[in-house]
Design a protein around this ligand. Structure first.
Ligand code: HEC
Length: 103
């Protein structure tokens, strides 16, 4: 592999692995966690396209979906992989964040 291709592959791997590690679970920052969701689900959880809107859902509903994705019980294209990258504590924090009233 050429050095440039190697660097690109490493960067891609970092992008995939980037995200809160379990060591940070204790102080999971919901705002930071939610930033990664906003890219697909819209800045306020109001999706501009075909990706489901998170805005207006309860924390319990969001968490139930995330737990289903993480366990594989709920079929998905990307959410299963995304949910597996978070601890249960982090999923709870991010679910509560998205359930807040409009910001
Ligand atoms: C790469 C784009 C992407 C990112 C990033 C992303 N999602 Fe999703 N999300 C999707 C897609 C696409 C679906 C539809 C299910 C599927 O195919 O994976 C979905 C579905 C969901 C659902 C189910 C909604 C319903 O209708 O029941 C929830 C809840 C959810 N995402 C929460 C989150 C949270 C919380 C984050 C951040 C931790 C996040 N998503 C990050 C693309 C994304």
């Amino acid at each position: 592999m050429k050095p440039r291709a190697m660097a690109a592959a490493l960067l891609a791997a970092c992008a995939v692995l980037w995200g809160p590690s379990s060591a940070e679970a204790q102080d999971a920052n919901p705002v930071l966690l939610a930033l990664s969701c906003a890219g697909c689900h819209g800045p306020e959880g109001r999706s501009p396209g075909s990706i489901p809107t998170l805005w207006g859902r309860t924390a319990a509903n969001v968490l139930e979906s995330l737990a289903g994705f993480k366990s594989g019980q709920r079929a998905s294209t990307v959410m299963g992989r995304i949910a597996k990258g978070y601890t249960d504590t982090e999923l709870e924090a991010v679910a509560r964040y998205w359930a807040q009233p409009a910001r």
